[in-house]
Write a protein of this length. Structure first.
Lengths: 114, 108
């Protein structure tokens, strides 16, 4: 398994501002992902964070809105840019330790945009 | 992608009761994971089960990949079992497709 931490755990932000969420893993992992969970909904994959190259975004998510960095194999950031109330969600990072292997999630970041 | 449906969407149990949660998926899968999301939002791994049956204490899971479904059994339910249960098959590559979830409430 892997131990994953996220910062901040929660935040309240004003519309139009940006928030950067950090994800730290206790071991080197190849696959890191970012998910969004809107209130009362299931999880939706935003993107795969690739080390040393641009993230791979899912349909409906773009780099300008959700820029992602992955400087090494243990760390990634997700920025939620130019926020609106519709961005209020839980944002979760996850890691996968092997191809088609089990996925482990961080504790999540609860974001409320006013 | 694939479609993942879970049933029932909501479930209320008396403490001590047993239950079965179902996950149907529309295409072949390489693997499947069950998660419990507790009331604080933390996603906890329950099972990683491409086929067959696994047991962990009061919980067990069975996946029949050829028939495109998986079942999660909860026996002697406790209030701490409350939360949302998600299944997440892997269809191709490494992408998980999360189901719609079953919201479980266990009352004392």
């Amino acid at each position: 398994s892997a131990v994953i931490s996220q910062k901040p755990s929660r935040d309240i932000c004003q519309r139009g501002t940006s928030l950067t969420i950090q994800c730290q893993v206790d071991s080197q992992v190849t696959m890191m992902f970012w998910y969004r969970q809107q209130p009362g909904q299931s999880l939706t994959l935003i993107a795969t964070a690739n080390q040393g190259s641009e993230a791979t975004y899912e349909s409906g998510f773009v780099i300008d809105k959700f820029p992602i960095s992955r400087p090494n194999l243990t760390f990634s950031t997700l920025t939620v840019s130019n926020m609106s109330p519709e961005d209020s969600s839980i944002y979760l990072c996850s890691v996968q330790l092997a191809d088609a292997g089990a996925q482990y999630f961080g504790p999540g970041t609860r974001l409320l945009v006013l | 992608g694939i479609q993942v449906e879970q049933s029932p969407p909501d479930l209320i149990l008396q403490e001590g009761a047993n239950s079965t949660l179902r996950c149907n998926f529309s295409d072949s899968v390489n693997n499947l994971q069950w998660f419990h999301q507790n009331p604080w939002g933390q996603l906890i791994n329950l099972f990683y089960i491409p086929s067959g049956t696994k047991q962990n204490g009061r919980l067990s899971a069975t996946t029949v990949a050829t028939e495109r479904y998986s079942l999660l059994y909860i026996s002697s339910s406790q209030t701490t079992d409350s939360g949302v249960y998600f299944c997440a098959p892997i269809h191709t590559g490494n992408q998980f497709y999360f189901g719609t979830g079953t919201s479980l409430t266990v009352i004392p």
